[in-house]
Design a protein around this ligand. Structure first.
Ligand code: FES
Length: 148
């Protein structure tokens, strides 16, 4: 019984991926199906949470040491492309200075994903806005307390 269900789920997943391949780049599918840096960071130095007009929410957690992002994670309750965008955004910011991270826009995320269909481009905007929100919150925290 379990084997039949497993087989069914696997077949269904393969069918979904085959369908997705018609619309999305390999990079999008890779980050969607195998997201990097998924989950919370306890005691993060920066945190951003944004809900987009579509109703989906993305959260970004950053660990910062001496002005450099040493770890970045994300969470989302959103669509597949939002998972891909969150994953790509965290990959892009790790190792970057705060100034460099501020330059990561929707366009930069889209370029690294090899683009998204028109109707999913706002998912990259959600990831970019969440990153900027985290960076803004870090500045606020830094103002109130002395952190690296
Ligand atoms: Fe809401 Fe993609 S549809 S983030």
């Amino acid at each position: 019984m379990t084997n039949n269900i497993d087989e069914f789920v696997n077949e269904l997943q393969e069918k979904i991926i085959e369908e997705a391949k018609k619309e999305y780049t390999d990079t999008v599918i890779e980050h969607w199906t195998n997201p990097k840096n998924l989950g919370k960071i306890e005691n993060a130095d920066a945190y951003g949470r944004v809900t987009g007009p579509c109703g989906d929410t993305l959260e970004i957690y950053l660990k910062i040491k001496r002005g450099k992002i040493i770890a970045a994670n994300f969470l989302t309750d959103g669509c597949g492309p939002s998972i891909a965008c969150g994953s790509m955004t965290t990959e892009l910011v790790i190792g970057k200075s705060l100034e460099e991270a501020q330059k990561i826009t929707q366009e930069v995320i889209l370029q690294h994903l090899g683009s998204l269909p028109e109707e999913s481009r706002h998912c990259a905007l959600l990831a970019a806005n969440t990153l900027q929100e985290a960076l803004k919150n870090h500045k606020k925290i830094k103002k109130n307390a002395k952190v690296d």
